[in-house]
Ligand binder design. Sequence first.
Ligand code: ADP
Ligand code: MG
Length: 353
Amino acid sequence: MYPQGSRIGILGGGQLAKFLSIAASKLGYRTHIFTNQKDSPAIAVSESYTIASYLNYAALKNFSNSVDLVTYEFENIPSETLDFLVQQLPIYPDRKALLVSQDRMTEKKFLNSLGIETVDFASVNSLGDYNDAISKIGYPAILKTRTLGYDGKGQIHINKQTKETKIFDHLEIGPCILERKVQFDKEISVIICRSNNGTVMGFDPGENVHSNGILRETTVPAKISNDLKLSAISVAGRLVNSLNYVGVMGVEFFVLKSKRLLVNEIAPRVHNSGHWTQNGCMIDQFEQHIRAITDMQLGDGSRHANVRMINLIGDDINHLGEKTMGSSYIYGKQKSTPERKMGHINYVTQYSV
Ligand code: ADP
Ligand code: MG
């Protein structure tokens, strides 16, 4: 176990890093945020911070000298940054999980190799590839960039009427994946955690509502059968075990016909759909992550309440009104843009007795 007072370096300075910092401080650790953005909410709650490009090696060297281990709050960290840091100190979760999740093709192939079902997909690098892929996959479909997408960015929805020029323009961004657009009953996610010694714990699945590719709300318990709940947690467990993973991972699923589970994607980090744990569990996802990476015992993450988590996106933050009755988390970002996550609110709808 890392002794009290150890320093945890966090790559990224957004709201996830902010809550990780608070959790680390609760457990007696200090944090150093490394971010490339001035308007970074995590800075306010960390012992130290660096604002520099992720490719500024002098800054990375100072950062690595000042911390004992490194974690991160987003997946799209340049591989050069990781190559540099991994020579100096441990990074949790490790490279393997990032390699799998940074590229949607690699991710889906990896899932399928474990016998985990996904939507049908095909690699698309040119209009020729696209024509082959769409005849195999059919309409409707979604064309996604293989890397760098988040919150629905880098995706276009395709039907028979979609013009070829739109496809062409999208392919200009970079290599893509074409996915069958499935009609799901609902979307759920499992926040799973694995410690260095192989202990695995999964939080209760949450039911997620997205619009425009952005998570709007998560409700627990998800309205699914007990069998499905157990299957989702066991799939997530297989995933973290197969990667010898250390830390928290978010696993997103589509539920088809109330009983079939497809994994949509995995995120090797704490996850927006796990924010309900802040008010629904004694040990939330952030504390669990810090416990895992510092080699502490994992805590009791069982759910003691029904919770509805609502994201405050863009202008929502200026119309809080009665919403402040819930447990409110305001990220403190200076600039609000229409699709930017500015905060969230947890409503405890019922306590379990
Ligand atoms: P991101 O990395 O931006 O979260 P996702 O692949 O999770 O990307 O897509 C965001 C949302 O778009 C999903 O949560 C889901 O609502 C919808 N979506 C994505 N892929 C599909 C698909 N193949 N079929 C149906 N809906 C999809
Ligand atoms: Mg997603």
